[in-house]
Design a protein around this ligand. Structure first.
Ligand SMILES: C=C(O[C@@H]1C=C(C(=O)O)C=C[C@H]1O)C(=O)O
Length: 255
């Protein structure tokens, strides 16, 4: 995201677009059952699970290709990542220089595997472990990107009202900062929209005319991911973690 685009409306538009990526990534992962062996410690990977092995190796490849240069693209395993092998374009630096070190990926990792996966995948084991963990990686990346865009949200909010934010930052008043950056009405709309997206993107599209089954009217049980899971995901985890990123960024904004 560049300087010209940095307004609350533009950043919120970016968040709206990320919703599509998250809903589609979950729909794709839901094609496979839980596939628990992909998450069990494996001797072949030095005691790591296949899922962790895959994400670590994928991040090495992505880093070599030039990923993780932007503050919203945060690796899950940043230790010892290689530098890009190819020239990367300099993006405009609109955030404070510490922005790239703000990460809530450990919390996203735990939330995804412990809480979210059981909510939208069915019990079972079809043996497609490699495909499964690649789909998990897509989900994790989309969630992490959305949540770390919170850095831009925080920067815009700070710029728009630095007189309100600065005293709270100096006092390290996390609770008051959280209250100041929270917009409950926006959050309600976000929840309703992601639920609607899951209903629309996750229905089966046919060519038959059927008055009961117009687009957007699919019953929740016919959807590939239960739309209520999306609003719950945003309510319990995505928005709270985005706000944690906002607070963490703001607390260091005056350094
Ligand atoms: C991201 C923002 O900050 C907060 C977090 C929101 C979210 O994660 O969607 C929505 C509203 C705010 O409470 C925002 O204001 O847009």
């Amino acid at each position: 995201m560049g300087e010209a685009e940095l307004s609350l409306a533009a950043v919120r538009d970016a968040l709206v677009r990320e919703e599509d990526s998250i809903v589609f990534a979950l729909i794709e992962r839901a094609r496979r059952p839980r596939n628990a062996p992909a998450y069990a410690a494996a001797a072949a990977a030095g005691g790591r699970s296949l899922a962790e092995f895959f994400v670590r190796e994928a991040e090495v490849l992505h880093a070599k290709a030039g990923q993780y240069q932007k503050p919203e693209d945060v690796p899950f395993f940043p230790q010892d990542l290689p530098s890009p092998l190819f020239p990367t374009k300099d993006y405009p630096k609109v955030l404070h220089s510490f922005a790239s070190s703000v990460s809530v990926n450990d919390a996203i990792w735990k939330m995804y595997f412990n809480e979210l996966l059981p909510l939208f995948t069915v019990d079972g084991d079809d043996g497609n472990y490699a495909e499964t963990v690649a789909l998990d990686f897509a989900c994790l990346k989309a969630l992490s990107r959305r949540i770390h865009i919170g850095k831009y949200v925080a920067e815009v909010k700070f710029k728009d009202a630095s007189q309100d934010y600065s005293p709270l930052i100096r006092a390290k008043d996390t609770k008051a900062l959280m209250n100041l950056l929270t917009f409950k009405a926006v959050e309600e709309k976000v929840k309703r929209r992601v639920e609607k997206k899951a209903r629309i993107f996750g229905q089966n599209v046919t060519l038959e005319d059927n008055a009961d089954k117009q687009e957007g009217n699919a019953g929740d049980s016919e959807c590939k991911v239960n739309p209520e899971v999306l609003s719950k995901l945003y309510d319990l985890w995505v928005m709270p973690l985005t706000k944690d990123v906002e607070v963490e960024y703001l607390l260091r904004r005056l350094d």
